[in-house]
Design a binder for this molecule. Structure first.
Ligand code: GN1
Ligand code: MG
Length: 371
């Protein structure tokens, strides 16, 4: 269905001037639509939710409704008493003309429109220590925003998301069940090296899950995907202003968020680098992020939480590499790709980053202990 026709289903005033792909998401398709009225312009984000990844896209919209209903009043209350030059924001759902939160096309795909956070940028990589610190502040503030959101009002969007041992089981299953997986594994030295890397860390994969099962860590609301390009920075003040990409907000361990933000912020090379020597975990950016995070998180992090922060950084990096590698073996059915080996290369990058984190274990632990 033509995008401009599709947009007509949504309640946005004015004439549509352009609609173009935006962002670099690996899962959903995202477009920026610009509307003009006589005296004003409106920009909104149109998205097709990937039903391959999210089998119940309606649940995603139910969650977004619950989340925004919980957070918007908190943000408003905060803004009232605020004299600082910072404004916290969260996108809002734009309804269809018949008052629904989404539109389903003839193919059965779910489309939704949300407001665009104006005059703000989500960078693809860390811009420096100040930016990293702002990313930390945004994540810490987000954790505070959702800390009192009742998990029972939310539907688990992706059961098992961020349970690392479950990804190991899926990887094993893929090797057993997918006819071409073994062939793909044996086709290159690189793939075999990835498989060895995984074997060496099998025991480690359960670290956070065991701490949770033992009651040492507890479930809280997490964002699920707080990588650097899901954090928006105000163009005028340079301060963090919003977390976007809210589809994976669910009960989980905030450790995964902490680790995920760091593994993406501290790697200048990004997720698609070919030259592995450029993939390094940057300790200065890590320190800056942690400082920003602590301005909001100091109050709610327990001693047990702190104990697992290093493992969280290492683990989520390993988990993402494992997810990319498993998807490569399965024929790249989950993460969108632009070339056939992309998921294999993405796995190489995360595993190299994981090694870089392991090599810096002492300084990272020291840094975390000093927070
Ligand atoms: C996916 O869609 P995107 O690019 O924001 C993925 C994350 C990964 C990320 C890696 C629902 O996020 O878990 O960390 O790619 N999202 C989902 O770039 O699987
Ligand atoms: Mg996402």
């Amino acid at each position: 269905m033509e995008l401009s026709l599709l947009m007509k289903a949504f309640n946005v005033s004015g004439r549509l001037v352009t609609i173009n792909p935006t962002g670099n998401g690996n899962v959903n398709d995202t477009f920026l639509a610009i509307f003009r009225n006589t005296f004003a312009e409106e920009q909104v984000i149109l998205q097709r939710v990937n039903s391959n990844v999210f089998p119940k896209p309606e649940a995603i919209m139910h969650n977004l409704r619950q989340l925004t209903a919980h957070v918007h009043p908190k943000l408003e209350a905060e803004a009232e008493g605020d004299t600082a030059d910072r404004v916290w924001q969260m996108p809002r759902i734009v309804q269809t003309r018949d008052g629904k939160d989404f539109f389903v096309d003839e193919a059965g795909d779910l489309w939704r429109v949300i407001t665009k956070i104006a005059s703000a940028t989500a960078f693809e990589e860390a811009q420096g220590a100040e930016h990293a610190a702002e990313c930390g502040a945004v994540l810490g503030h987000f954790h505070w925003l959702v800390s009192d959101l009742d998990p029972h009002t939310m539907i688990d969007p992706l059961p098992g998301f961020h349970i690392t041992p479950a990804y190991l089981a899926k990887y094993d299953e893929t090797l057993k069940q997918v006819p071409l997986a073994g062939e793909r594994l044996n086709a290159s030295m690189e793939a075999r090296r990835m498989a060895m890397f995984i074997e060496e860390r099998r025991g480690f994969a359960a670290t956070l899950q065991q701490a949770l099962d033992a009651g040492e860590l507890k479930l809280r609301m997490m964002h699920g995907d707080p990588k650097v390009n899901n954090i928006m920075i105000d163009d005028f003040t340079g301060k963090g202003t919003a977390m976007i990409d809210l589809d994976t907000v669910s009960p989980g361990l905030i450790h995964y968020d902490f680790g995920d933000a760091l593994r993406s912020i501290c790697n200048h090379a990004g997720e698609d680098e070919q030259n592995l020597s450029k993939v390094v975990f940057d300790l200065d950016l890590c320190a800056a992020f942690c400082k920003g995070y602590m301005t909001h998180a100091r109050g709610f992090l327990t001693a047990a939480d702190r104990k697992y922060l290093y493992d969280a950084i290492r683990l989520i990096t390993f988990e993402l590499g494992l997810r990319f590698f498993q998807d490569y073996l399965a024929g790249s059915v989950y993460f969108k790709i632009r070339h056939p080996e992309q998921n294999l290369n993405r796995a190489r990058v995360q595993f190299r980053l994981c090694e870089s984190i392991e090599a810096r274990e002492r300084p990272i632990r020291d840094l975390l202990a000093g927070l």
